[in-house]
Design a protein around this ligand. Structure first.
Ligand code: BJ8
Length: 426
């Protein structure tokens, strides 16, 4: 950290010793996994800086916003509409959930066979090591999988500002009506929190900001279809992860700057790995910072990741909100339309996700698909079995990897991934 943020962390109620230990591990992991890569675009320097200041400068910025009277809203899911938050001049941040922390304490509150992502969210809160959650004025929990839904009942005791959003489970008319009712309710809650009435002009402004951010991510994704791949999957994943933390216009400009650089690389035929490197599409559960284990294993086993069918990836960023409406009703409907397309595995049936995986494999010229399931995540692991059959029937090689955040299985995973990559080379 370039500045001493200890007073700020202490004021937020963090456990400084535990937090120091976390930053130590994070810094070392970042050094080994990201900074050791070769041929990185120069524009990644911005993301290196963001990560070096992820608990420092960014938190100071959020606290400055609060001092100026603006509100900070935290979330664990891409169903929380950032357009509505931005329309009220508030800031949406993704909350820490990508590493094991305070596991013993967590398992006093949650069953051991809860997925690592949920346990991690609790661990960061109980261990007092997430400055984001401590800086929030409201945390939004959503009724998606059973694990999250039930755990929010317990999180409610730990977080005085928890707001629960109900979500549909089927892509029916009734499902869409429920999503719309929930977004209207959420808009009212944000208005109440911020004291700002969200009218059509404000909604349009929020939509415009977030559409531009997503457009930058679409541009980056499209460039990854080039052969050789112009950017590593790890660096692209990092951009997808920072998407949830950073100031929106600054992030958008930084991603576009990388895209400019990648376009030049592509014109020159330059890549980050040789052109014959096997190309992998990853699909499955979201990967929050600092969950880099599997992508790191893949890219250190002689393959390159060319796309993520994930909420921290294309499932979360694809599709725009139609901003052509002029009334509040029309714009809210457009927001509902966009979010209702998200094909999270909590939906049943969920054919569009399968179709999207096949489509992405084609667009990004993937030689194979690696499905990532977080241990005990029923929705994604169950869907991965059907997905495997569909991909195999289309001649697309696939492996399913179920793991958690621990490092115990790294050797075993590396052996499986290396064998898969070798097979793709033949
Ligand atoms: S829209 S994927 S961000 S819910 S890994 S906690 S599903 S048991 S994270 Fe998600 Fe929203 Fe869906 Fe996306 Fe449950 Fe599975 Fe754990 Fe998960």
């Amino acid at each position: 950290m370039s500045e001493d943020y200890r007073q700020m962390w202490s004021d937020l109620g963090l456990d400084l010793a535990a937090h120091d230990a976390l930053l130590g591990v994070l810094g070392k992991g970042y050094q080994d996994i990201f900074l050791s890569q070769k041929n990185r675009p120069a524009g990644m320097g911005y993301f290196d800086f963001v990560m070096s200041e992820v608990h420092g400068l960014r938190i100071r910025e959020l606290l400055n916003e609060k001092e100026a009277g603006r509100k900070i809203i935290g979330s664990y899911c891409v169903f929380v509409p950032e357009e509505i938050v931005k329309a009220a001049d508030a800031t949406l941040v993704g909350l820490c959930a990508g590493a094991d922390f305070a596991t013993e304490e967590v398992e006093k509150l949650l069953p051991r066979n809860t997925c690592a992502l949920i346990k991690s969210a609790f661990g960061f809160k109980l261990g007092k090591v997430c400055p984001y959650i401590e800086a929030t004025d409201m945390v939004v929990g959503e009724n998606t999988c059973d694990g999250k839904k039930k755990s929010y009942e317990i999180l409610d005791d730990l977080l005085p500002n928890l707001y629960i959003m109900d979500l549909p489970q089927m892509k029916s008319q009734e499902g869409k009506a429920l999503l719309k009712a929930e977004y209207i309710k959420f808009k009212k809650a944000v208005e109440q929190l911020t004291g700002i009435t969200i009218d059509a002009v404000r909604l349009k402004k929020g939509i415009d900001l977030v559409n531009k951010k997503r457009a930058a991510m679409h541009r980056l994704a499209k460039l990854r279809s080039a052969v050789p791949a112009p950017i590593s999957g790890l660096d692209a994943l990092l951009a997808n992860q920072v998407f949830f933390y950073d100031d929106v216009p600054r992030f958008t400009a930084s991603v576009n700057a990388i895209c400019d650089e990648l376009e030049t690389r592509i014109k020159k035929g330059e890549g980050v790995f040789p052109k014959e490197t096997p190309r992998i599409l990853m699909s499955g559960c979201p990967m929050a910072v600092p969950n880099w284990k599997l992508p790191w294993i893949i890219e250190s086993s002689g393959a390159v990741i060319v796309g993520e069918e994930s909420c921290i990836g294309e499932r979360g960023t694809r599709n725009q909100v139609d901003d052509s409406g002029t009334t509040e009703e029309a714009l809210m409907n457009a927001i509902v339309d966009r979010y209702f397309e998200i094909d999270c595995a909590v939906f049943t049936p969920n054919q569009s996700r399968l179709d999207h995986i096949v489509e992405m494999a084609g667009i990004y010229k993937a030689d194979g698909v690696i499905h990532y399931g977080l241990q005990f995540c029923q929705p994604y692991i169950t869907e991965s079995m059907g997905m495997e059959k569909v991909l195999e029937s289309k001649g697309i090689p696939v492996i399913r990897i179920d793991t958690d955040y621990s490092m115990e299985d790294v050797g075993q995973l590396k052996t499986r991934v290396e064998a898969f990559v070798e097979m793709l080379k033949r």
